[in-house]
Write a protein that binds this ligand. Structure first.
Ligand SMILES: Cc1cc2nc3c(=O)[nH]c(=O)nc-3n(C[C@H](O)[C@H](O)[C@H](O)COP(=O)(O)OP(=O)(O)OC[C@H]3O[C@@H](n4cnc5c(N)ncnc54)[C@H](O)[C@@H]3O)c2cc1C
Ligand code: SF4
Length: 326
């Protein structure tokens, strides 16, 4: 690990100003991703700016729906009664993430910025286009069991490994960003993470001098009846092999609105918009769910070791939809 300086910012302007002057500096919130990657020498930052003193806190109901400050901790959001009752998929996704200790440290903003768990990315002995652009992607023909079947390119097939982002994308979340001029912009979370294309090193639309301030999620019937299912190699403290966040509004047995997103199958949290459309107006039955799940994985391009994800993703969606309509 390289030497670095450490300062605490008390205003957003102070924090973003540091990054404007030096894109090599990094914000630190809980440090659970950043310090790991610095210790592995995957990231090198001469300067860390602690943002924990910034006023990006609070979990509240606003005219826009649920508002979560970027510096709220995963555990506090996961256990918050407003979230548990009105947005259960978000609570479930958070409480199925990492471990209690990590959730106590880790922030919502940091969670959205977490990086892939691709083993080649995390081991500097290997080439990796994401870590070292132009060096190659050994995962294409190497160990790709945990990697993406949707949204990949010849440059990178790394999955976004997060849980919460899958639930947020399903429920139409919007992120509020603020830059060094104090200007804020609001971006649908669906557009926040980028596909790898030929530039896998660029993972989000966040500019160097921008901070995530908050996330808002619209209130909706399908948000109140939402659910997150995570399938993994062991029952706790493991990243998803496949996950699904779903939401349904069913009236008189007929689906009025549907939301479906998948985790750990795409190179970004993967919203299945066509599958959702297919469900609207249909009866809430297993046959409808299966048809939608088949559409959700249309266009999948699995590699040698992750072909199982095509079927597993469909089964996970069907299971999630069945569990909320049971
Ligand atoms: C062993 C282990 C297991 C895990 N398991 C899971 C899991 O099962 N599911 C899951 O979803 N996650 C999992 N995680 C990831 C964990 O959720 C993230 O590490 C955590 O959410 C990151 O939050 P943080 O506050 O610690 O971020 P930090 O490490 O402080 O920051 C991470 C990145 O985000 C940037 N950043 C932080 N806050 C902001 C902000 N407000 N604006 C802009 N940039 C910001 C930092 O500059 C840095 O680049 C696991 C992590 C570990 C170490
Ligand atoms: S999949 Fe992406 S992160 Fe993994 S080795 Fe290839 S370029 Fe690197």
């Amino acid at each position: 690990m390289n030497n670095f300086s450490y300062t605490t910012a008390t205003t957003a302007k102070e924090a973003t100003g540091v990054r404007k002057d030096s894109a090599q500096a990094a914000f630190i919130a809980g440090g659970t991703t950043l310090l790991d990657l610095m210790k592995l020498n995957v990231e090198q930052h001469p300067q860390l700016v602690d943002i924990n003193m910034l006023p990006f806190k609070g979990i509240s109901e606003t005219a826009d729906g649920l508002r979560i400050g970027a510096l709220e901790r995963m555990s506090d959001v996961g256990e918050n009664q407003l979230v548990v009752q009105q947005y259960p998929a978000i609570s479930e996704a958070l409480l199925l993430s990492a471990s209690p200790q990590l959730r106590n440290m880790a922030s919502i903003g940091g969670n959205l910025m977490q990086r892939t768990r691709c083993t080649y990315f995390r081991d500097t002995a290997f080439p990796c286009n994401k870590r070292n652009p132009g060096s190659g992607c050994p995962a294409q023909t190497g160990d790709n069991r945990g990697l993406a079947i949707l949204g990949g390119s010849s440059a990178c097939i790394a999955t976004n490994p997060g849980d919460m982002a899958v639930a947020l994308v399903a429920l139409d979340a919007v992120v509020t960003l603020e830059n060094s001029k104090g200007k804020q912009r609001r971006v649908p979370l669906l557009d926040f993470h980028l596909l790898p294309g030929t530039t896998p090193q660029r993972e989000t639309i966040l500019e160097a001098d921008e901070l995530i301030v908050a996330v808002t999620v619209p209130a909706a019937a399908h948000a109140r009846k939402s659910h997150y299912v995570k399938v993994r190699d062991r029952a706790s403290y493991a990243f998803a092999l496949v996950s699904a966040a779903v939401g349904l509004d069913v009236q008189g047995g007929q689906i009025q609105s549907a939301r479906i997103a998948m985790g750990s199958v795409g190179t970004k949290p993967w919203r299945a918009l066509e599958a959702e459309k297919l469900l609207v107006g249909k009866p809430a039955t297993e046959a409808s769910f299966r048809a939608a799940a088949a559409v959700a994985v249309r266009g999948a391009a699995p590699r040698e070791h992750n072909r199982f994800k095509v079927e597993m993703a469909q089964k996970t969606i069907v299971r999630a939809l069945q569990e909320i309509t049971a």
